[in-house]
Design a protein around this ligand. Structure first.
Ligand SMILES: [Zn+2]
Ligand SMILES: [Zn+2]
Length: 383
């Protein structure tokens, strides 16, 4: 008898990621868990376009121009490409802290805050950084155990912190954030054009055909036209309005989240530190700025064996001078974003004010903070 060696199936990191996302195609596609409204979006777009291609296009191609259906097909394909690109991609999810890092951050926050008398609330976990002469608050995420980089926020539906979080969009079945915002905007823009296009040529078709065979006969011959006109009419207001709203936000370099919270207006009276004060520059940065790689490493392989837990590892002091081997990481390192001032980068994940440098333990990711918590004066020349 010979023992048969069964190869152990390797686990990809997406299978172990926390949060409420769903994955398919072995981690290549990433979406929110609730997808019902996304399927409705697909149904409405594909259904309306199919009716247009079936009922109006043959008549319009013969009586007006063959370019009408051709342009409709190009626009339809562009809309679908932008929709799927927005829906299936990582919107900019930030990896959660590893247990060792979470322990380390907790320990340092407690050390920085000192002993809070019983019955008193501990101070809020906030760090201040200065960006373009404006003080920006970085909040601690109790779920992800990180100080969120500037403009990041936690999506309660996906249960993840997302960089440059705009909003969670059920229509595209995904968060809209730093990595898919421009595709979301191009989707709304092209869908507006497609809706106007189909609506206009529906009307043109009815008028032309009514001259030949009468209005009532036209509607009887092409029953799809009525459905299309109704769908396009109600879609027009919402989609064109949404596109206008996002054009306004882009011109100010502002997110929906910041707009709703009134981050740069109202009671806070803080100027938007990310705006270039120039519409062209703001549009250029949002729509043509650099694209950012995903920091989740979804398709990376998990280490073969789980790391052996060190006795006393739950004790925060046990992390002193203990570097975590790279292959035990479940996520990429905590990466400060492009708005994070250089001087603040090491201190965002660690509160360091009251700990003398010699006594500071090393972070598992080897942060070696050298500066106090805030405000950190930085002139952000990149903006
Ligand atoms: Zn979070
Ligand atoms: Zn979300």
């Amino acid at each position: 008898m010979s023992a048969v060696m069964i190869p152990k199936k390797s686990t990809r990191k997406w299978e172990k990621l926390p949060g409420k996302n769903t994955f398919c195609c072995d981690g290549r596609v990433m979406m929110a868990r609730q997808k019902g409204v996304f399927y409705l979006t697909l149904f409405l777009i594909m259904g309306t376009c199919s009716l247009f291609f079936a009922f109006e296009c043959p008549y319009l191609a013969v009586h007006l121009s063959a370019a009408i259906p051709v342009f409709a097909v190009v626009l339809f394909l562009f809309v679908m490409a932008m929709l799927l690109r927005t829906s299936f991609s990582d919107p900019g999810v930030l990896p959660r802290a590893l247990p060792e890092e979470a322990n380390f951050i907790e320990m340092e926050i407690e050390a920085a805050n000192g002993n809070v008398p019983a019955g008193q609330r501990p101070p809020p976990r906030i760090r201040n950084v200065q960006i373009n002469n404006q003080i920006v608050k970085l909040k601690y995420c109790y779920t992800c155990k990180i100080f969120r980089p500037p403009r990041a926020s936690h999506c309660s539906i996906c249960d993840n912190c997302v960089d440059r979080f705009d909003h969670h969009c059920p229509w595209v079945g995904n968060c809209v954030g730093k990595r898919n915002y421009r595709y979301f905007y191009l989707f709304t823009l092209s869908l507006s054009l497609l809706t106007i296009y189909i609506f206009t040529f529906d009307i043109v078709h009815v008028v032309l055909r009514s001259v030949d065979s009468g209005f009532v006969n036209t509607l009887k011959e092409t029953p799809g036209t009525v459905v299309e006109v109704l769908v396009c009419f109600f879609t027009l207001w919402s989609v064109v309005g949404l596109t206008g709203f996002h054009t306004y936000l882009i011109s100010l370099n502002q997110t929906t989240n910041e707009d709703i919270k009134g981050s740069w207006s109202g009671k806070n009276r803080i100027q938007n530190p990310y705006s270039h004060k120039n519409i062209i520059k703001n549009c250029g940065e949002v729509l043509c700025g650099p694209t950012y790689p995903s920091v989740l490493d979804r398709r990376g392989l998990m280490p073969e064996e789980p790391s052996v837990s060190t006795p006393g590892a739950s004790d925060a002091t046990a992390t002193t001078n203990t570097a975590v081997p790279p292959n035990t990481k479940t996520t990429a390192p905590l990466i400060p974003n492009e708005h994070t001032p250089d001087e603040a980068k090491p201190s965002i994940a660690t509160a360091t004010a009251s700990i003398p440098t010699e006594e500071k333990p090393s972070s598992p990711r080897d942060f070696s903070p050298k500066i106090g918590p805030a405000p950190i004066v930085v002139k952000e020349s990149a903006h």
